[in-house]
Design a protein around this ligand. Structure first.
Ligand code: GLC
Ligand code: CA
Length: 596
């Protein structure tokens, strides 16, 4: 067995809690979450046992894509607060021994950013070249066409927008209002680093989650292959991601970030090749500390469009293989990996990977908490995951309540393709969204099931302020799934998350740093894996029952574990009490330790 030196770092052992400002906590009763609301909940977050908070974009923005369209990096979206409120949040986070990361969104800006307004004003404006402008193409019959066939990431439209004023197209890989910056221009890059990074590093932030990190270097702009013949524009992610100058650009950023000791996690879509992933996170390469791969969260997505699928369109072996790929990244390498099942772009994991019916959802949430806490890499928890939030139900939360641009454009695409009155196709689209839409993670947090709107604006209500309904309709299950009913209940999902995060810290060598091996990849019902230290005989065996039935399991043998002899000591179960060795209740998770 290769002996590898897996270097220990504070951020490898850290648990990072992700906050979506609009939906976390509203302090002043306007129905929109805000920075003082986040600050008021820092003790709650610290109590869970996390070390770092990551705040999704809180910058000034017209909010076409919920703040991922930034109009000024150096200011805060007013309904969330001010730069001074950020300074308070940074100070108060540090005062509790935690660190704070921001979202770094620098592949594109908002079309309302001063840079883009200048760029689009004339062809000879000094900032024209800060964005990606191209002339039209023309069909043989003289019809004006975009420069290539790339599909934007939202809906089914072109990634190019025609700009009448100067008679050229500009590139937007996401919404029309999110023009892509031209990273080939060195002056532009320097301006990005100063405005988006240094401005906040100088104010004490400890790192960044780097949005769409592999899209800055666009290779040639040739047509994507046709994989969706019914569609006018084609998915082109494999073409525009991981371009030739990526490593140079990240090297430049790293030189600045390392001056501040800042940590980074890059969002890395469209990169199925693990050797390629490793180039971003190898310690030697000095690019990023870690990345989010999409293998696990893409499980069950449609092939032509992520929502062109049906609920639970995958098997357990598919899911396990995806976990195995991201875990495998660190085997024999100097790279690092991450563990996450949720974020603001994903539906709730309990609904996707277990069963969110009332009798199972607490069990499912605890089992996933146990699983994640036993996987290697830096662990991320998304707001609401710690109380076992589930998707909004189809019957009580109509599709009109879904507000995400990605969901709305998918419905539009369905109508364009199949007709606005095609009930069957529209219902199919709704089913997919009810299972996978980004809206589920953006529904405001229910702090108190007994208060107005799930207690999202509880402090304002208590202070006697006028309280508006939250910006997205409250979760219909806020009465059943909320913070107040869980924080002091020892059997709650919240209590179990705390317990698992403590357990992870106590067994960090095995649970955070060691190698993962799937012992029964083909098993359709059970996930049985071992965590093993390549340098020692210590092992942790994890067994998870992904079904609603009681299951018997043949316990791993010494041979399977690569030991002479084995005694497995049960140490943890989602079900508490005495562990029934070899038998798992519905959605039970068990952990055993084995030594030489
Ligand atoms: C990332 C963000 C997502 C956003 C997109 C465009 O994928 O996580 O929320 O829509 O980038 O910035
Ligand atoms: Ca507010």
């Amino acid at each position: 067995m290769t002996v590898i030196s897996r270097e220990k770092k504070w951020w490898k052992e850290a648990v990072i809690y992700q906050i979506y400002p609009a939906s976390f906590c509203d302090s002043n009763g306007d129905g929109i979450g805000d920075l003082p609301g986040i600050t008021s909940k820092l003790d709650y977050i610290a109590r869970l046992g996390v070390n770092v908070i990551w705040i999704c974009p809180m910058y000034d923005s017209p909010q076409i894509d919920m703040g991922y369209d930034i109009s000024n990096y150096e200011d805060v979206y007013r309904p969330y607060g001010t730069v001074e409120d950020m300074e308070v949040l940074i100070r108060e986070t540090h005062a509790r021994g935690m660190r704070i990361m921001l979202d770094l969104v620098i592949n594109h800006t908002s079309d309302q950013h001063a840079w883009f307004k200048e760029s689009r004003s004339s062809k000879d404006n000094p900032k024209r070249d800060w964005y990606i402008w191209r002339p039209a193409k023309y069909s043989p019959s003289g019809e004006r066409l975009p420069p290539n066939n790339w599909r934007s990431n939202f809906g089914g439209g072109s990634a190019w927008e025609w700009d009448e004023a100067t008679g050229e197209y500009y590139l937007h890989l996401f919404a029309t209002e999110q023009p892509d910056l031209n990273w080939e221009n060195e002056v532009t890059r320097k301006a990005i680093y100063a405005s988006a990074m240094e401005f906040w590093l100088d104010r004490g932030v400890d790192g960044f989650r780097v949005d769409t990190v592999n899209m800055y270097s666009k290779p040639d702009l040739s047509d994507a292959p046709i994989v969706d013949p019914k569609a006018p524009f084609q998915p082109a992610g494999l073409l525009y991601c991981n371009g030739p100058r990526m490593h140079e650009f990240l090297g430049e950023m790293n030189a600045i970030l390392s001056r501040y000791g800042a940590i980074t996690v890059g969002e890395l879509p469209n990169t199925p090749d693990m050797d390629r992933v490793l180039q971003y996170v190898s310690a030697k390469a000095k690019q990023l500390d870690m990345v989010f791969q999409f293998d696990v969260v893409d499980t069950g997505f449609g092939k032509t469009h992520k929502y062109e699928t049906t609920p639970k369109n995958y098997t357990l072996p598919d899911f396990k293989a995806a976990v195995g790929r991201t875990q495998g990244l660190i085997r024999g390498s100097d790279g690092w990996t991450t563990v996450f099942l949720e974020n603001h772009d994903q539906a709730r994991s309990v609904s996707r990977f277990t069963d969110d019916r009332p009798e199972y959802r607490v069990l499912g949430a605890k089992m996933l908490a146990l699983m994640e806490s036993c996987l290697s890499g830096t662990q991320y928890v998304y707001q609401g995951q710690e109380i076992g939030c589930v998707n909004v139900p189809k019957e009580t939360y109509p599709v009109e309540n879904y507000l995400d641009i990605d969901s709305c454009l998918f419905i539009k695409m369905t109508k364009d393709l199949h007709g606005a009155d095609n009930k069957q196709e529209l219902d199919k689209a709704f089913s997919a969204l009810q299972h996978l839409a980004r809206d589920h993670s953006r529904v405001p947090i229910a702090w108190n099931g007994k208060a107005k709107y799930g207690g999202f604006s509880e402090a304002a209500e208590k202070a006697g302020l006028d309280v508006k309904e939250s910006w997205m309709k409250p979760h219909p299950l806020a009465g059943e799934i909320n913070v107040a009913s869980q924080v002091d209940d020892p059997d709650s999902v919240f209590a179990f998350w705390r317990k698992m995060l403590r357990f992870r810290r106590e067994h960090a060598d095995l649970l955070v740093y060691s190698d993962f091996r799937d012992l029964r990849p083909q098993d359709m019902d059970l996930f049985v894996f071992v965590k093993e230290d390549p340098r020692g005989a210590d092992k942790a065996v994890v067994i998870l029952n992904f079904t609603t039935e009681e299951k018997k399991v043949v316990m791993p043998t010494a041979e399977e574990l690569g030991l002479q002899d084995v005694k497995l000591v049960p140490v943890m179960s989602t079900h508490g009490g005495k562990i029934r060795e070899g038998v798992l209740s519905p959605f039970e998770g068990q952990v055993y330790l084995a030594g030489a």
